[in-house]
Design a protein around this ligand. Structure first.
Ligand SMILES: C[S@@+](CC[C@H](N)C(=O)[O-])C[C@H]1O[C@@H](n2cnc3c(N)ncnc32)[C@H](O)[C@@H]1O
Length: 421
């Protein structure tokens, strides 16, 4: 009898027979081969361990959900509530099933940053997220959307990226049945060139300036209307609308009809959202500073939830942020006449967040108020420019690729001069 030794050096000395049709046997052998298994036995063991994993996932979820509710309303307005507590408690013990039109959130991702960012960490992140995924499915309406802003991360010590946010997306779609409606990219034009080691010193990577934003749903047809998020026409389109367009065939072979010159009130935006995250002097910050509260370190700019709330919901709909932070989502939802709930674990963040709902009278005692009022009048149309790649000429006889891929640090020019002398 052929013996099979597993990686733990445990001897496999029993066999079992499985009755199959010859087609089933051929199919299994083919599957095992296609997936790179040495034998059908290895393939079956792999399928069995998957079965165990889904059982252990069920246990993981069961253990994570609080059995008794321990969540408090921290602040309340006519339209919404800020909760202090664990959002799993909210998702399973407070919220009604199928009650939410939009979950707009940015989960913590510092969790992986402290570790090594390898595959194992992506697994840890996904396992941590599982109970939330289950809860989101529970509370989301069939026509609702789940929008997750999630930044990427670098693996420490090498100029390579973690895969955790892609693993999360795959898990949500493949295991929890969410649909990817469309990925968006939030481009922050004011992002500094980091990580400096790879970008500025070794020169082997470029500025990391986009966050991925996964827009997901329970069905392939969540409610949405891109007419609610149009952007101003480009200068060339404006002049075209003014002067008319003659229908003709483009070099690509597409025939552009004269309907092209119909003014629809604006252009459909691309899935690249240009939003500078530079606000450091608003009332929220002033209030936190004055009261010795921590300013939330990972806030998203209000235009991010504004875009998705307008695009995917109508006034009166219900918006939830389960990782509420400083309650930017709640404040935007309030201003846009939606009902809302934000859930946050850290009471310090909520103490600061309450200031977002202060009335003008509450605000009068904060220093800097005059400046703040001035700053509040923001231009309606904000436009950023980005250069097409390779817009600057380069002398390739002078500038060569870094042959070792950044493995070693370049010697500073000053040091070379000293060595020559
Ligand atoms: C990236 S921040 C969100 C920031 C927020 N979008 C803003 O603009 O202020 C993630 C937040 O989730 C909170 N959090 C983490 N786990 C949580 C949980 N189980 N329930 C509620 N909040 C949680 C963290 O304390 C953190 O404030």
């Amino acid at each position: 009898m052929a013996r099979n030794i597993n990686i733990n050096s445990e001897v496999r000395e029993t066999t079992t027979s499985v009755r199959l049709t010859s087609a089933e046997k051929a199919e299994m052998e083919q599957n095992a081969k296609d997936l790179g298994f040495r034998s059908v036995s290895d393939y079956l063991r792999h399928l069995h361990s998957g079965q165990n994993k889904s059982k252990s996932n069920e246990k993981l979820i069961e253990d994570a959900i609080p059995k008794e509710s321990d969540i408090d309303v921290f602040h309340e307005t006519d339209k919404g509530k800020m909760y202090l507590g664990n959002s799993l408690d909210y998702l399973f013990n407070v919220a009604e099933e199928n009650s939410v039109d939009l979950i707009m959130t940015s989960p913590p991702f510092g969790l992986v940053r402290k570790k090594t960012y390898g595959n194992e960490d992506a697994d840890v992140y996904c396992d941590w997220f599982r109970p939330f995924a289950e809860g989101f499915k529970r509370v989301l309406k069939d026509e609702g959307s789940l929008v997750i802003d999630i930044g990427g991360a670098w693996k420490p010590g090498t100029p390579t990226r973690s895969l955790y946010h892609f693993d999360l997306l795959l898990m949500l779609c493949k295991e929890y049945g969410f649909y990817l409606c469309q990925e968006h990219y939030w481009w922050n034009p004011s992002k500094l060139p980091t990580p400096a080691e790879w970008v500025n010193i070794r020169r082997v990577r470029v500025k990391d300036a986009v966050n991925t934003v996964w827009w997901l749903s329970k069905t392939p047809f969540p409610k949405a209307n891109n007419r609610k998020v149009l952007v101003p026409y480009s200068d060339s389109m404006r002049s075209l609308l003014l002067n008319g367009y003659t229908a003709k065939e483009r070099p690509s072979g597409h025939v552009i009809s004269d309907k092209f010159s119909k003014n629809n009130g604006g252009s459909v935006p691309p899935n690249l959202l240009a939003i500078a995250n530079t606000e450091s002097n608003g009332y929220y910050q002033d209030y936190c500073r004055k009261n010795g509260l921590d300013i939330h370190p990972a806030r998203f700019p209000s235009q991010l939830p504004e875009y998705f709330i307008k695009y995917l919901t109508d006034p009166g709909d219900f918006v939830l942020d389960p990782f509420g932070g400083s309650c930017v989502t709640g404040k935007v939802a309030e201003d846009l006449d939606r009902k809302w709930a934000c859930v946050e674990l850290n009471s310090g963040f909520l103490q600061g967040a309450v200031s977002r709902f202060h009335t003008e009278a509450d605000k009068s005692d904060i220093e800097n108020e005059k400046d703040r009022k001035k700053n509040k009048v923001k231009p309606k149309e904000v436009k950023y420019e980005i250069w097409a790649p390779c817009s600057l000429p380069v002398d390739e006889s002078e500038v060569k690729v870094v042959k070792d891929g950044g493995r070693t640090r370049p010697t500073p020019a000053s040091k070379i001069e000293t060595l020559i002398k």
